[in-house]
Design a protein around this ligand. Structure first.
Ligand code: ZN
Ligand code: ZN
Length: 167
């Protein structure tokens, strides 16, 4: 893995140092990122005893929607700054870059805020085609309840008759 190390001596010739935009390979393992296509740009400037590093990561990351399970791309645009002093000598910002990307990964990725998700009954993706499962299910449920009520009432009426005839 490429490491991004800056040392104060890098700025002997010039107060400005630029990297990229270049391909950035993000380690997807252990994250919910399915795929990534990222570019990294770094703009570092020395001011007297301090170096200020501005990092920019753009591109896209692919996620699986937590509702409908479809894979979707999400645009990424992350910027952050980091600085180090002459006394510190040098700095390795490789982990800082990765942490900033991880911070921007949603806990529960959604392909869209109003994703309708997958039907619990037939497994249909309800964003593509709506099904009437929940309506039908309600109807069936009500019909079934009515049947039970009628049945119970029938039994109750019968037992009433029996006790009547017995007495
Ligand atoms: Zn979705
Ligand atoms: Zn359905």
């Amino acid at each position: 893995m490429k490491r991004y190390v800056f040392s104060f001596d890098d700025f002997k010739q010039s107060d400005n140092l630029k990297i990229g935009p270049c391909e950035y390979s993000f380690n997807n393992e252990g994250t919910i990122v399915k795929n990534s296509n990222l570019k990294l740009s770094i703009d570092a400037n020395k001011y007297d005893e301090v170096v200020n590093i501005v990092c920019n990561i753009t591109g896209s990351m692919a996620f699986e929607c937590s509702r409908c399970l479809e894979i979707f791309d999400k645009n990424t645009d992350i910027s952050f700054e980091y600085s180090f002093t002459k006394q510190e000598g040098s700095v390795d910002i490789t982990d800082v870059i990765e942490q900033n990307i991880i911070l921007n990964i949603p806990m529960k990725p959604l392909c869209s805020d109003n994703c309708k998700g997958i039907c619990q009954v037939c497994g249909n993706n309800r964003n593509i085609k709506d099904c009437n499962c929940s309506e039908n299910l309600n109807k069936e449920f009500i019909e079934e309840k009515w049947k039970q009520i009628k049945n119970n009432w029938g039994k109750y009426a019968k037992s009433k008759k029996k006790t009547h005839s017995a007495s």
